[in-house]
Structures are given as C-alpha cells and as structure tokens.
Ligand binder design. Sequence first.
Ligand SMILES: [Zn+2]
Length: 470
Amino acid sequence: MARLCLAVLCLIASSPCAAAPPGDELPSVFTGSARNKLLLISFDGFRWDYDRDVETPNLDKMAKDGVKAAYVTPPFLTITSPSHFTMLSGRYVENHGVIHNMWFNTTTQEKKQYYMTQFVDSYWDNGSLPIWITAQRQGLKAGSLHFPGTAATYKGETVKVRQVEPRFYDHSNETDWRLNIDKVIGEWFHQQDLDFVSLYIGEPDLVGHDFGPDSPERREMVQQVDRTVGYIRNKIQDHGLTDRLNIIITSDHGMTTILRDGLVKKIILSKIPGFSFKDIKFQLLDYGPAGMLLPKEGMLEKVYQALKGSHPHLHVYKKEEMPARLHYSNHPRLLPIILIADPGYIVNGVLPLNSNKGEHGFDNEVMDMKALFRAVGPDFHKDMMVDPLDLVEVYPLMCHLLGINPEINDGHLDNTKHMLVPKKNTGGENNNPEKKNQMEVLIGLSALMGFLVLVFIITTSFNMWKRTRG
Ligand SMILES: [Zn+2]
C-alpha cells in the first residue's frame, strides 16, 4: 500500500503544473530582444489596382497571411524622390523639402536628373531625418539597397549598410532582383543581424511609362513582381526568419494613361497667347504633369494672368494658393508659380517632347495615383483588409514596429495600429499575471483533490480486499 501511494505521489509531482515554480512553465515572452526585424520594400509605380487584371498568387497569399489596404495615398508631388522621402520620414513634401526628382539652382540654371541628385547631400539632408539614421542613433542596425536617398549623408551620418545602384543600372532584371534579395535576407538580416532594411525595386514604373498602365507589358511585369514576392517570402523562410521579420510592401505612386493621337489639345506653354519665356528666369517643365516657374522680377502677375484659364486641363497656382490638402506650398525650394495638368495631360514647354504612354505626378486624389500597401509578419494580423491610408502613416508604424522613438512627423500610429496584433507582454489571457496565478491555484487544488480521491479509493479497495481475504 505504501509503495502504491508513493508511486501516485511521484506521478503527481512529475506533472509540470505541480513541479515547476510559478511562472516557469510558460515560455518567456522576452527571450532576448522582443523587437522583430522589418523589411520595407518599394516597387516603384505599383498602382493600387495592378493585381486586378493579372494572376498574382504570391501577393494574394501574402494578403491572406497578413494585412492588405485597399490603397495608399502618396503625397503630392506624386513622383519618386519626394514620395520615397515621405516613406522614410513620415513628412509631407513641403515639410521634408525633397520637392522633386530634379535638383536645380535657379541662379546658375543648373539642373541634375534623378540619378545625380542622389549624391547631392544638401538636397536630402534638409531638416528631416530618414528612419535609418533615427534607428542607428537608437542602437539599431539599418541597411538600404537602391532606395532613393541611400547615398546621402544626414547630419554627418549615412545608413551604415548600403548599396547604391550604378549609374546605368538595369532596374528591370529579375536575376538581379534575386541577387539583391539574397544579399538583403542572407547577408544583411541573417549574417549581419540587421534590424531594418529598405529595398527599392524600379518596376513596374518603367514599363508603365514606356507601354502604359493598360499594356500587356505592364501585366507581365506585375507577374514578375509577384514571383519576386514569392521568392522573398521563401528566402525568409529558408533563413528561419519568418517569425521574426515583418514585411511592408508599398509604392511611391501609381500611373495613368496619357491621351494622344490628336484626341486632345496638348498643353504647350510657348503657344499660349500672352505667355513668353522672356518673362521667365527659371523653369522646371517637360517633366510630366506638373511644372514650376520662376518669373523675372516684376513679371509674376503677367505670367500668372497669361497662364490662368489658358487651357481647360491646366491648373495654375501661385505657390501660396496651392490647395492646403496637397501640402506643396510651404517650402522655400518651391517656385512662385506651380502648374498641374489633369489626368491624361502633361505640361510641355516649347515642344511636346514627352513621348511616355504612362505618367504620374498628378493630384494625389486621382485614383490612378494611388499605390499598393501590404504587410505580413509576426506583428500583423492575418487575413485582414483595412481602409485606405496615407503614405505618411507608414513611418510611425515602422518606428513602432522597431521600438524606436520617431522624429516629428505628419502621421499617426492611431491610423495603423488596428493592423497589429496586441503585444504579447501587454495583452492576451495567458500572459495576464493575475489570471495566470488563479489558474495555477486551480490546477494545484484539482491535483490535490484527485490525489485524495485516489488515496480514498485505494485505501477502501485495500481494506475490502483484506476483509474478503480475512
Ligand atoms: Zn516612382
């Protein structure tokens, strides 16, 4: 009998709830750092609805495993450098000052195209810090591959791990995309243990410009993007990072078809009565649907009056008259007269030189300018469709995911936190200490009761057996 009771006792003692001291039996929430890694990917010019007329199994799978917004609204001006710097800083364009893809000097008349502006530090380092620098200052390790702004130095500091594309880089090559992804995931995240990386891919923007957003070439490129999303997620899986890495995929703007072939009256400034380039000191024209003018001294009103109302699809603003919702008036780099064409039109100077079939740069309320937003990872809900958001919201979301204090910005975490699962240490029944203790007491009492019942049954049976024998 004594041996039997001892065996029962041992059995109970070896069960986890009775043996372990309180708190040890559940896996600890914080095993080292609670911070998950973050990969921000921008596919340039990926319009919000590009997945509607082509099969995108990998993007669909990502939406099922994570969060999909109907679309994201880019800042105005809806072009590459301004919009990407909004992604990195959470500021509207008038607040971060990267107002165009072009760098210019109105005194010397000098202009630099997109690629060369990457190396003009003062153009980017203009008061707003990109997230890489903020993360590094707070002890995190950041990297960036081809993202606009990567080459620049900010307050004496660059993003520590970086790759800037060579001068004449082929932005469409899928093999190159994969090599870059292997580097970001295999080397940067896995081997070098980086916390945050921004990765830029230059399509489907180029194909949208060359062939138009409704072309078979664009649809084919969206399939290439989709294969790449699958490749990225597989790589992450191969490196065992799926449960530790959040991914945000978004874009800087959409794309719309330019109306041509004599169907429309083109906007050509030199042909507008009363307008003369002799009155202009500096111009930024022939760059899609928006333009800027610096009239010579005393000529502002004349230029303005000549252009205003000159074409039914051209909007002419004095800088200070710009609609406040566009956040594109309050910066010294902006020129005194700003021109914006309606969708389908572009602003030409002397000759219609622009032959692109697709363009962006229009008002950010135009649906064709909206871009995609997807997110997946340990901190995001699964299979969740959310309302549209502004691109300025991505920055505070990223800072929150990385556990860093954001710089002053124009977004609000309140607008995205519904995408996130509650932090394990603050919510969830299993991690509420009070409930956990109650549970332990209950389990302990049940075990004791069970033991007593067992002893009672054994003792009774033993006595009955003895009586029967006797
Ligand atoms: Zn772009």
